[in-house]
Design a protein around this ligand. Structure first.
Ligand code: ADP
Ligand code: MG
Length: 605
């Protein structure tokens, strides 16, 4: 309203259709029109009505909420709760603008704990739909009903065991222009379903039922978060979900974040709650996005259900009419906290992580059981112990020795188990306590190298001088790129020099990549560098470069690995951050449990 007044005064709107400046004397708007204008923000579509009504029920302490919709909620939204109800005398007020039972002062607003506080939802809804409100508070002998029928807002006695029941019919019947913006019933229903999911995730302890056009869509019994999340997001999400639990100062983050193996094409499974309220917040979404940056392909979206808890003083919820956006006092601190908490969980090595559906694992890194490491041809530390020697022996005989493998696997419970064999030069088969582990050896090795390269770079990389420098014929572009980015190449651990107008020699490479095909590696790197403007600092593109390097350094498919080499790779995976997905977010390993195998053979246990 303020905006409109200003616009008219300064003549911003003179060409607007139907606008007549001569008639623009300032006068107060009628109550109904005020509500209808407010409704434009609060009552965008049936789903926003449903959201407000669900919030009211929860604010009233409901333990059970039943929702019936017809025709996407446009025709009818009926919601019944078993909350505290509304006193007879308050019923007319409930439908009035700026009437609320939830706050009384600015002080209250600053630490508001209820969903509602603006006292305008019911009035807004009642201004654009036919509303009937029936309620019975515990002090009443029976229920009372009020409708927003024009000229007849009398209270009539009604029957209701307790709580409140609201019917919102014919949304926008009196504002046809708005009605035109509604989509198909199916789309409007989908938005309603989403509104209910958000509330149901926020309050797993409350039972929710939802029916659409007479058919039951949700029947959610009161539960805890793991169970509710599984019910609403599905077993697939849950199988890849890692539990988040972090605290710093008065900030606390809880919930589940899915590994990239379960990512989405859109933001549809990103649930962020701040002090129990679902929000779409750019700052939080950005923090999460960044935590996934290293492990998730840019075109995929992470899935998570996260609850941020903080002192209500630290967050302003009154910046958006539907309260879906918030403002943090210490936005930087919140960003940092969420980013680090998530990154830690996503990066945690396998052995440390507990999936939500598993018993806690107590095994420390297998590497700790294996002293006296030496390097194998993959550049991996290779433990030498009795069990290992056993494996080596069987490897030399060319036959994996299964009984010994079983013993070894039982003796020490390494999360990824012990190698049995290599399959088609691509996969490693290993046995662990749960059953069979399949590893994509190239993807796994690539990830390990990438993480190691990142670490190596931070401690100014260790360089390996080549005994025989590699010499290759270079294109003019390659020559130019090598010269232009000489400093970056040195920083990455490469020593290159021109050996002629069209020739480059490579004298040194990062120690970690000593086994790579040097010329291919350097060529790929130059191709990458060519794409960057000279001014671009290495930090900005560092990880891309390291990723290219790791890919070239990683063991190729069809290279045959010895059992000790395979085991060393498994141990290294266990000890490496983010080892369970490759740099492109694909999984590097997969578990087939004994139960999965039994199922394959239709074998009942
Ligand atoms: P707000 O929730 O911001 O207070 P609303 O317009 O949504 O404003 O609701 C107005 C008032 O009506 C609430 O403050 C509350 O007292 C009452 N009310 C609305 N719905 C319910 C309900 N389901 N149970 C009990 N009281 C309710
Ligand atoms: Mg409300």
């Amino acid at each position: 309203m303020k905006g409109k007044g200003r616009a008219a005064k300064w003549g911003i709107l003179p060409e607007a259709p139907g606008y007549n400046p001569v008639m623009s004397a300032i006068k107060p708007l009628p109550e109904l029109l005020i509500s209808q204008i407010a409704a434009g923000e609060v009552v965008e579509r049936p789903a926003s009505v449903l959201k407000e009504l669900l919030e009211n029920s929860l604010d009233a302490g409901a333990r059970q909420i039943d929702v019936q919709l017809s025709e996407g909620g446009v025709r009818l939204i009926r919601i019944a709760d078993d909350g505290g109800g509304i006193n007879r005398d308050d019923l007319p007020l409930a439908l009035a603008r700026h009437a609320t039972s939830k706050i009384a002062s600015l002080e209250d607003l600053e630490h508001v704990a209820s969903f509602g506080f603006r006292g305008e939802a019911l009035a807004s809804i009642a201004s654009v739909a036919r509303v009937t409100l029936t309620s019975r508070s515990s002090s009443e002998a029976h229920a009372w009903r009020i409708s927003n029928t024009p000229n007849d807002q009398t209270l009539t006695p009604a029957a209701l065991a307790g709580g409140t029941s609201i019917e919102v019919a014919d949304l926008y019947y009196n504002t046809p222009a708005r009605r035109k913006f509604l989509k198909t019933d199916a789309t409007e229903y989908a938005h309603c379903d989403e509104a209910l999911r958000r509330m149901a995730l926020a309050r797993p302890d409350v039972a929710f039922n939802l029916a659409h056009n007479g058919s039951v869509k949700h029947r959610l019994i009161a539960a805890d978060l793991p169970r509710r999340a599984r019910e609403l997001l599905g077993a697939e999400f849950f199988a890849q979900a890692r539990q988040v639990e972090a605290a710093a100062g008065d900030l606390r983050l809880m919930g589940y974040a899915a590994l990239p193996a379960y990512s989405r094409a859109g933001r549809d499974e990103q649930y962020f709650f701040v002090n129990g309220r679902f929000v779409r917040d750019k700052l939080l979404a950005h923090a999460a996005r960044q935590a996934y940056a290293d492990i998730l392909h840019g075109s995929r979206y992470p899935a998570y259900v996260l609850f941020l808890q903080l002192d209500p003083y630290g967050v302003d919820v009154n910046v958006h009419p539907a309260k879906i956006e918030v403002r943090f006092r210490d936005s930087r601190g919140v960003h940092q906290f969420v980013f680090h908490a998530l990154q830690r969980v996503l990066a945690a090595p396998l052995a440390q992580v507990q999936s939500p559906h598993e018993e806690p694992r107590t095994t420390a890194y297998a590497a700790q059981h294996w002293p006296a490491p030496r390097q194998n041809s993959l550049g991996m530390n290779e433990p030498a112990t009795a069990a290992y020697l056993e494996f080596s022996r069987s490897a030399f005989s060319g036959q994996p020795s299964l009984p010994q493998a079983t013993e070894a696997a039982e003796a020490t419970d390494a999360p990824l188990g012990y190698a049995l064999a290599q399959l088609h030069g691509i996969f490693i088969l290993a046995q662990n306590a749960a059953g069979l582990v399949l590893v994509d050896m190239h993807a796994a090795h690539e990830r390990i190298l990438y993480e190691r390269l990142k670490n190596a770079l931070e401690e100014t990389s260790k360089v390996q001088q080549l005994l025989i420098p590699a010499l290759f014929t270079a294109s003019s572009t390659e020559m130019a790129t090598a010269e232009e980015h000489a400093a970056v190449l040195v920083k990455l651990g490469f020593e290159l020099a021109a050996a002629g107008p069209q020739q480059l020699t490579v004298r040194a490479v990062p120690a970690l990549l000593a086994n790579a095909s040097v010329v291919d590696l350097v060529r790929a790197l130059l191709a990458d560098l060519k794409e960057f403007p000279a001014s671009q600092v290495i930090e900005a593109r560092r990880n891309e470069l390291l990723s290219t390097m790791a890919c070239h350094g990683a063991v190729r498919a069809h290279r045959s690995l010895s059992v000790p080499e395979m085991n060393a790779l498994l141990r290294e995976m266990e000890a490496t951050d983010r080892a369970d997905q490759c740099n492109h977010g694909r999984p590097t390993w997969s578990q087939l449990s004994l139960a999965d195998l039994d199922r394959l053979f239709l074998r009942g246990r």
